[in-house]
Design a binder for this molecule. Structure first.
Ligand SMILES: Cc1ncc(COP(=O)(O)O)c(C=O)c1O
Length: 412
């Protein structure tokens, strides 16, 4: 039995109603999972149930609906803490997603710890949301942004990273767990260890990590880990920041408002305990509650089986794409998640994407919010196919066949 057959693909696909439709007269093949994943029935049911039966504001109410909503909201926090092996659920702050989490740390950590002349390191593989917040913070604090270069195969230049750290001015290193454009899995344990040896803290952008890879924040030893719920089968507008308590305790609030306070007077306000200190205002209660079944979905199908399946799809697609004339894979790291970026000679990526869409195949085209990385490869953008657990080898075959026809035929 192959690894792909190790998961019950039919049973999995049956849980995703959106997959069962025709687009432009063809069966939908959804290969845009790095942008957002589809949602299983259990997530849809939870959302529906919440609004039908439990809708209430959380934490401050003593009535039954408020208690039910609070219980389920806090249960998600506990589920996330368990899922990523955080020491305590008080170290899990709910956010709107990775962008919100990075901005929280850049603002709050920046205000407390970054001084003129300090340095922040990001990598050349980063999404704009793990670049721009640091640029804004560096401008404000008089700090400098440094960048780890990217090798031709899409991996990070760790020798250059060591050199950057040797300035002994680095306060924080922010890198992704896996690249959304190339699929490269970064050596985050090593990156954390090297940074810590030089007194720098590390934030991991887990947007593409948590959806595909096992995450144990204690084993990684990162100081912060941020993720988006919508990239791991959960609703949009959800996410979290994990932070080591030693940092979260010392960091000032990011936003002011209800819930994050202990006591307010016009003279002085004191702040709530963790995690509420960082959760001002009414949160996205329904969607956060519906994130719990998404985590349960991943747990039920087991991380390893899902990763094996996606990996097999990636290998199958990569092998086949190498057989197409004029199509070049961008990013050939040995360790990749199920993300496949490619460039088609003499064709604009938008045109390729549109022609695939006409055949019911959804891929992403463009710079994928990684303009510096595209520039590094001398490109404006790529076509990107990204896989999730519900994709099949047959879908990959249809996709490559369509691509072969669009780009002028198969070479073998
Ligand atoms: C690696 C990476 N970082 C950050 C983000 C931003 O995530 P969000 O838009 O959910 O905040 C994305 C989204 O594509 C991503 O892939």
């Amino acid at each position: 039995m192959s690894k792909v057959e190790a998961i019950d693909i039919r049973k999995i696909r049956a849980q995703f109603p959106v997959l069962n439709q025709q687009v432009n007269g063809k069966q939908l093949i959804y290969l845009d999972n790095a942008a957002t994943t589809q949602k299983p029935q259990s997530v849809l049911d939870k959302l529906d149930h919440y609004y039908r039966f439990d809708n209430a504001n959380i934490h401050r109410g003593i009535h039954t609906l408020a208690e039910r909503a609070t219980r389920d909201f806090e249960a998600t926090r506990k589920a996330i803490a368990d899922f990523i092996h955080a020491p305590s659920s008080e170290e899990i702050i709910f956010t709107k997603g990775v962008t919100d989490g990075v901005n929280l740390v850049a603002n709050s950590f920046g205000k407390a710890f970054v001084k003129p002349g300090d340095e922040i390191i990001v990598s050349g593989l980063e999404h704009h949301s793990n670049i721009v917040p640091w640029q804004l913070m560096c401008e404000e604090r008089g700090a400098k942004l440094r960048v780890i270069p990217v090798h031709e195969d899409g991996t990070l230049d760790l020798d250059a990273f060591r050199k950057l750290l040797s300035s002994e001015k680095v306060k924080l290193v922010a890198v992704n767990h896996a690249s959304n454009s190339l699929g490269t899995v970064n050596p985050i344990v090593k990156i954390c260890s090297l940074a810590h040896q030089h007194g720098a803290v590390v934030l991991i952008d887990g947007a593409q990590g948590l959806a595909h890879l096992p995450v144990n924040v204690q084993a990684i030893d990162c100081d912060f880990y941020v993720a988006s719920g919508h990239k791991m089968y959960g609703p949009t507008g959800t996410g979290f920041l994990y932070g080591k308590r030693e940092w979260l305790d010392k960091m000032p609030p990011y936003q002011g408002g209800g819930e994050m306070i202990k006591e307010v007077t016009f003279e002085k306000t004191t702040y709530n305990e963790l995690p509420y200190k960082f959760e001002a205002g009414t949160p996205n209660i329904a969607d956060i509650i519906a994130l719990a079944p998404a985590i349960q979905f991943i747990k039920e199908n087991t991380r390893e089986a899902m990763a094996n399946h996606e990996h097999q799809l990636l290998r199958h697609a990569s092998d086949k794409i190498r057989g197409l004339d004029g199509v070049r894979i961008i990013g050939n790291a040995v360790e990749k998640v199920g993300i496949l970026s490619f460039h088609v000679e003499n064709m604009h990526h938008f045109d390729v994407g549109q022609m695939l869409d006409a055949k019911g195949i959804a891929v992403r085209t463009g710079h994928h919010c990684t303009q510096p990385l595209m520039k590094r490869f001398g490109l404006e953008g790529t076509v990107r196919a990204s896989f999730a657990v519900y994709n099949t080898e047959e879908e990959v075959d249809v996709f490559i066949d369509a691509l072969g026809k669009i780009t002028g035929g198969l070479s073998r």
